[in-house]
Design a protein around this ligand. Sequence first.
Ligand SMILES: Nc1ncnc2c1ncn2[C@@H]1O[C@H](COP(=O)(O)OP(=O)(O)OP(=O)(O)O)[C@@H](O)[C@H]1O
Ligand SMILES: [Mg+2]
Length: 536
Amino acid sequence: MSQISSTAIIELALDLASSLNSTDRFDRLLDTVRKTIVCDAVALLSFHGDILKPIALQGLSRDTLGRRFYVNEHPRFAALCQSKHPIRFAADSPLPDPYDGLLIDRSDDLPVHSCMGLPLYYDDKLLGLLTVDSLTPHVFEDIAERTLAVISAIAAATLNTAFLIDQLESQADHSQRVVAELTEAAWKRDGGELIGNSLVMEQLKQEVAIVAPSDFTILIYGETGVGKELVARTLHQKSSRQHGPMVYVNCAALPENLIESELFGHVKGAFTGADKTRAGKFSLADGGTLFLDEIGELPLAAQSKILRAIQNNEIQPVGQDQVEQVNVRIIVATNRQLKDEVAKGNFRADLYHRLSVYPIHVPNLQARAGDVQLLSGYFIELTRRKLGINQLKISAAALEHLEQYNWPGNVRELEHVVSRAALKARARQPDSSIIAIEPQDCGSLAKLINSDKTNSMSLVAGLYADSTPQASQEAVGVTCLNLREETEQFQRQLIIQVLTEEAGNWSAAARRLSVDRANLNRIAKRLNIKVVKAVV
Ligand SMILES: Nc1ncnc2c1ncn2[C@@H]1O[C@H](COP(=O)(O)OP(=O)(O)OP(=O)(O)O)[C@@H](O)[C@H]1O
Ligand SMILES: [Mg+2]
């Protein structure tokens, strides 16, 4: 009885271990089978429910690879798929042979010949078949059962490895696509365009275009709501990393005890609760951009770790001895004056210098002459689409009204004012197909400050300066004001700004303005400032 030699098994094991890919692995497997069993054709087929798909073959015409064999149409295959053990078909078996006419050495029907099949099981699951054919009858009769069992086991393990690798590769590919899709989706959701053609915005766009393709670390700074995040996304989109991930980290929202693990990841068991190894934001951003928003809020201890990661392009997950290389472009944003924070000892000077290789200042809305109009148009169209309004327009008076305001909350505030004005305008004109936003829909100042997620209606608290003719005349600012009026105008703006920032909380606003709450109420009354809460 012919036995498979241990040398052949060792050689095969080594061959398989050093195989480069599945095709290579299958070819080496078939080579070994042919070295062990004298035959004219050998084929490896994978099993897919009711179909057998040839994935590697020798001695059969190449077109066989493209064939799909329906198991129930081929009695020999059907018998093999139902068996747990190799089957040697009788040389004169009347069952039709699926390879009739496919053997390279024999183009017509197969005469009396030797035919054998090995079902390949892994974990009790049929993965495929290995078939062996010889034009010489009865040659397989001598092969020891043990040899066939060894070949079956090796072939099944090879097939299983190939399937696993395929699965992992397609999972990795899928994950990569999901990341690209999400990054793209976030970009589209944000509108993805820096609107504005004021001089300062043109300069900003130019700066973005210049620096985006580089790998420089960028520090974006500016007041709240000016569009820092949008600038960061634009930088990523215009960089060579645009198809890679853009990972967002809000440094102000990182729980202090988890900062390191959030940023750099951790290994299983690194601390209580670390029940599995988890990648950090730096690893997730590998090949892409890491956007560290509100970097000014990062505690000093975390700042030094970030500095090390940026300097060496390497990270050390919590609980892991080795460091890992990462290829990440860093963009940071803040509405603080980092230089002042350095002077106050709240921010590390070395990190500040590292981050400010290329600082980009995003100007506030007041500095962007003419942009309120453009941005209003942009947000009106966005809102029209969101609300499903046929046509939404803004009257010249309402636009003028918006242009007169000083926008302490910048573009975000404008966006909110416009969407709220659209809702109000629609409520005023329920039956018109063209809805017009008028000054009374905007108020002098409006800001969404609270949305109650537990309620199906969203609760919106708004702040309005009174829009009586006298007040709006003052709000638009007449050129020859006297000192008293000038002072009142300044007071009005300041109080509205602080009240807005404090979400309409009079006590908090009074504390910020260093006045007694009752006193603030009195001044506000005189200046016609009210806090109005509204449910929309
Ligand atoms: N130039 C612009 N063109 C179009 N949309 C803009 C522009 N600037 C800002 N926006 C929009 O205004 C909103 C606020 O912008 P963003 O979140 O980027 O501001 P921010 O400076 O990061 O604010 P914060 O300091 O509060 O984090 C977003 O919806 C953004 O899409
Ligand atoms: Mg932001």
